[in-house]
Design a protein around this ligand. Structure first.
Ligand SMILES: Nc1nc2c(ncn2[C@@H]2O[C@H](COP(=O)(O)OP(=O)(O)OP(=O)(O)O)[C@@H](O)[C@H]2O)c(=O)[nH]1
Length: 698
């Protein structure tokens, strides 16, 4: 048969195109529209199914359910072959299994009523057999299934969960047939590939850089020049990643620019990016987040390509950018280094091709490879619950080939891939290494950064996912074995720690440098102290994520963590310490290295108040009119005054009042006046943090 279009086949079958498309979807055959062509085997299958469906339903009414419908069985087998690419043998094995269930079903029938209330079901069962098992007429079962949102004919399979739900509705207790125990995917799949099986794969790229330097514009420019509607059905769909082609070669861009997303993924244990594009605006130069991006990329050991952007602007000075980059350890080729830079204008589309060519060049040098002929392994880029489609996840296939019908485990979720669409919104049946596809068919919504693995079958997928859920606690424990100064000595003794990664944040750049240098000098033969990032300003969530991903501790001087950073640090178990004097930090780390760090006092936060106005009160100096935003402020507490994340003063309270009365404490949600001992330079917008020191048992 020559290739048929959907509308042609619909006509043959006396259906509308819409009806046929729906029928095809039931068979897991996804088509775009009425003009889409069908593979021969798909068309054959549909025609065969359609003609026998009619016969089948007529039969259903007239015949007893015990009679075997051979035609239906062939149909099932065929459908499986098309959808799952499984061979006849597998199909036959399934059939054998079904027969076992069948026997059991009949056995159950002979049991007395009480016992018959408990039934055993495999991870799948054919509707007809299920009806026998629950002793109900087939049309009643099918009606219940439809009510539960499952469209299945009598010879189609339903999964365990569906069967369980319906059976329970009929008053049965359902027990799952014991399945083979599989510990975890890690045991199954993370086998090394043989060198000869590895083939070159396209690079996966993330765009990073300072705010407003043009990350989004650059991604847009790349997409505009390269992902045009040339390809059929070419509407770019947001799936979290996009593919471009240059000189016939593919590059995959992750759509969420910024090092935050990149590091958050890394903290989950995923490494999705092969190359980082560092965007620096030629008229602005290296800025704080440029430095952050550099350090994040370096910590992840990802090669960098610099895109010097906005060269169309009058104030553009690419040479200055190169010089500034060299000061931060990014040595461009002209500066004797090996980092490639390309001057671009995202706005005017200048040199975009050149940038893409450079990406391919780096990819060639780095030799990114994968084995397309194995079970798929990948990572979740993003995922959400879609009203119509259920759990929808974009996964980047990193190794192997993912196919529609594959059973997968993703984090604690699992499922069989129902459909896949690519970044152009086109349904695809396979996804090779370095391809991002949106998948449906999972039982729950996975998290970005979760690892996806294709496994043998649904049973294995479900077992692993259940085992994983049970192991979550254990894993959390494992994941929480983060470095801390308190445990440094014992970890050093056990040889677990060779490097102590440190992130330094301070109020001025001079302190950052001073601390980094002093800390470097503390390295000895057991442990190397390695400052992986330093910056000016408050300790942010991004700093905590970097610390978590790189197993680092954070040291702050005269700066405070933002409240988001504090809670994230608690969650990620990141050791975050703040100091007022550099010497104290050095002393602490030195003591920790000798196993002598036993802090005698610990700071306990009491509350925070925001300064909303200030008043000059004769005899009492400046009083801050405050609103308590967190915890409570105690009259005898120590306080620190924080302005834009930086500690501007530390001291004690001289007066605490509610209206005209002295107060011992003021709780969240109340206003109060706070006077600070010997300090008048308080400003509107400042934050007053109250704390007390608590003695810690040695
Ligand atoms: N003249 C000029 N302007 C540019 C160029 N690239 C980006 N811009 C402008 O710079 C501004 C910021 O660009 P974005 O692409 O939003 O920058 P971003 O880095 O994604 O910014 P954030 O998402 O806020 O971090 C926009 O007004 C752009 O139009 C360029 O090559 N030339």
């Amino acid at each position: 048969m020559s290739k048929l279009r959907v509308y042609q086949l619909a006509k043959k079958l006396g259906l509308s195109s819409k009806e046929l498309i729906e029928k095809l979807a039931d068979l897991d055959v996804e088509v775009n529209n009425h003009m889409s062509t069908l593979e021969d085997e798909e068309a054959n299958l549909v025609m065969e199914l359609f003609s026998s469906d009619e016969k089948g339903s007529k039969k259903e009414v007239n015949e007893s359910t015990e009679e075997t419908d051979l035609h239906e069985e062939t149909k099932q087998k065929k459908k499986k072959q098309v959808n799952n690419g499984k061979n006849n043998k597998a199909s036959q094995q399934k059939q054998d299994k079904r027969n076992t269930v069948d026997k059991k079903a009949l056995d159950t029938k002979t049991d007395d009523n009480q016992e018959a209330k408990a039934i055993e079901i495999n991870d799948k069962i054919i509707v007809k057999e299920f009806a026998e098992l629950v002793k109900k007429p087939i049309n009643e079962v099918i009606t219940k299934l439809i009510q539960a949102g499952v469209m299945a004919a009598m010879n189609q399979e339903i999964d365990f969960e569906t069967a369980e739900k319906i059976a329970e509705g009929f008053g049965f207790q359902v027990v799952k047939k014991e399945s083979q125990v599989v510990e975890d995917v890690d045991d199954l799949i993370i086998e090394e590939d043989n060198e000869e099986d590895l083939k070159a794969r396209p690079p996966v790229v993330t765009v990073m850089g300072h705010v407003d330097h043009g990350k989004t514009s650059l991604l847009d420019a790349i997409r505009e020049t390269k992902v045009t509607a040339k390809e059929a059905g070419g509407i770019t769909q947001h799936i979290g990643a996009s593919e471009v082609k240059i000189n016939g070669k593919k590059i995959v861009f992750l759509d969420t620019p910024g090092h935050e997303a990149f590091t958050a993924m890394r903290a989950r244990g995923a490494k999705a990016t092969d190359i980082a594009i560092l965007v620096v605006a030629a008229d602005d130069g290296v800025m704080p987040q440029t430095i952050e991006a550099i350090n994040h990329a370096k910590a992840a050991e990802v090669p960098i390509i610099v895109a010097i952007n906005k060269i169309d602007k009058p104030g553009a000075n690419p040479d200055r950018v190169k010089q500034e980059l060299s000061e931060h350890g990014v040595l461009i080729e002209e500066w004797g280094g090996d980092i490639i830079s390309v001057a671009v204008s995202a706005l005017q589309g200048t040199n975009i091709d050149e940038l893409l060519e450079m990406i391919l060049l780096v990819a060639e040098v780095e030799e990114f490879k994968a084995n397309p002929n194995r079970n798929a392994v990948g990572v979740v880029i993003e995922a959400q619950l879609d009203k119509g489609r259920g759990s929808v996840a974009t996964v980047l296939v990193q190794n192997g080939t993912l196919k529609v019908g594959d059973s997968v485990v993703i984090g604690n979720t699992y499922g069989r891939i129902r459909a896949m669409i690519n970044d152009k919104g086109k349904p695809v049946r396979i996804a090779t290494p370095s391809t991002a596809v949106e998948i449906t068919g999972l039982n729950d919504v996975p998290k970005a950064g979760d690892i996806m693995v294709a496994v043998k079958d649904d049973k294995v997928a479900r077992t692993i996912s259940e085992n994983r859920k049970n192991k979550v606690k254990e894993d959390q424990l494992k994941a929480s074995q983060k470095i801390s100064l308190d445990a440094l000595y014992s970890q050093m003794q056990e040889g677990e720690i060779k490097e102590l990664n440190i992130i330094v944040k301070a109020d001025v750049q001079g302190s950052v440098e001073a601390v980094k240098q002093s800390l470097n000098k503390l390295s000895n033969d057991k442990v190397i102290i390695k400052p992986i990032h330093g910056g000016v300003g408050a300790i942010t969530e991004t700093d905590v994520m970097l610390a978590s991903a790189s197993n680092a501790i954070i040291i702050g001087f005269n700066v405070r963590p933002t409240s988001g950073a504090t809670s994230l640090a608690n969650k990620e178990e990141v050791d975050l310490r703040t100091y007022r004097i550099i010497y104290n930090a050095i002393e602490d780390i030195e003591a920790a290295m000798k196993g002598m760090l036993d802090p005698e006092f610990k700071e306990v936060e009491l509350g925070k108040a925001q300064v909303r106005a200030t008043f000059k009160v004769p005899g009492a100096g400046v009083i801050a009119g405050c609103y308590v935003v967190e915890g409570k402020i105690l009259r005898n507490a120590s306080i620190r005054l924080v302005r834009d994340g930086i500690v501007v003063h530390e001291g004690t309270i001289s007066s605490l009042r509610r209206f005209k009365d002295d107060a011992k404490e003021v709780a969240t949600g109340y206003e109060c006046g706070i006077g600070i001992d010997n300090y008048n330079d308080v400003k509107e917008g400042d934050l007053i943090e109250a704390y007390k020191m608590q003695e810690i048992e040695r």
